[in-house]
Design a protein around this ligand. Structure first.
Ligand SMILES: Nc1ncnc2c1ncn2[C@@H]1O[C@H](COP(=O)(O)OP(=O)(O)O)[C@@H](O)[C@H]1O
Ligand SMILES: [Mg+2]
Length: 235
């Protein structure tokens, strides 16, 4: 089933247009990546889908229903979860409180998320459940940000650069956790610059450059396409 279908999405900041007719689709259970260098529009695409940056034009179908320009809190209640790249946790609240305030009702058919399920996925968080969020390491904060979003019982997770700014060992750990979430049936859109991470996890990939999609294909096709990698992905 086609869960999300984005067509010709255009987004501007003031007078400067940063997304140009971006189209992409996510099927139920798929992990789809948006990959490209810094500043190509990955986060803007996610913010546009989530309803945090109203698009100038285009269409966003969620389970066949038009949701373009619908408010973010309504999208969250309707099953779209967003993990921002800047890890917006409450630094004065404890780990447990950070999870508690993010709770949204579960939707039918899914195993609902609660603190215990988040702690089972991220044992580090359980260990620090009473510690202030601001005292966690970068990797732990990333896990808490993901855990918070899971508390909203999303069907689709928009995951913005989870590997950014965390130690290589923790990147591997996050990679395994994302794999577990996918195996649990969650559909995921992953924004990344890290090609290895993307190829290890994705079913399909969209390469962005200057706010436009310049390649789309399976992870295997991207992995074999040295020309696209050289042109758009290597620094
Ligand atoms: N709030 C903003 N105001 C103005 N320009 C922005 C804003 N956010 C991002 N941009 C610009 O939009 C472009 C795309 O940014 P972004 O979506 O953050 O890219 P990425 O996530 O791929 O690094 C960049 O040129 C960036 O400078
Ligand atoms: Mg970004």
């Amino acid at each position: 089933m086609e869960l999300l279908k984005v067509e010709n999405l255009s987004v501007s900041y003031g007078l400067s247009r940063v997304l140009h007719d971006v189209s992409l689709a996510v099927n139920s259970g798929e992990l789809v990546s948006l990959i490209g260098r810094n500043g190509v529009g990955k986060s803007t695409t996610m913010r546009g889908i989530m309803g945090l940056q109203p698009p100038r034009g285009g269409s966003i179908l969620w389970k066949g229903k038009q949701i373009v320009r619908r408010a973010a809190h309504r999208n969250a209640r309707d099953g779209i979860g967003y993990v921002p790249e800047d890890r917006r946790i409450f630094s004065e609240l404890s780990v447990w409180e950070n999870l508690d305030v993010a709770r949204l009702p579960a939707r039918g058919g899914q195993t609902p998320w609660d603190e215990d399920r988040v702690f089972a996925l991220f044992p580090d968080l359980q260990q620090f459940r009473d510690r202030a969020g601001g005292l966690l390491s970068g990797g732990q904060q990333q896990m808490l940000t993901i855990g918070r979003t899971l508390m909203g019982n999303p069907e689709l997770l928009l995951l913005d650069e989870p590997s950014e700014g965390v130690a290589p060992l923790v990147v591997r750990q996050i990679e395994r956790k994302i794999q577990e979430l996918k195996q649990a049936g969650l559909s995921i859109v992953l924004a990344e610059q890290n090609l290895g991470f993307v190829l290890a996890l994705s079913d399909r990939c969209y390469v962005l450059e200057k706010g436009a999609v310049v390649f789309s294909g399976t992870a295997r096709e991207l992995g074999r396409n040295q020309d696209i990698q050289d042109r758009y992905l290597h620094v």
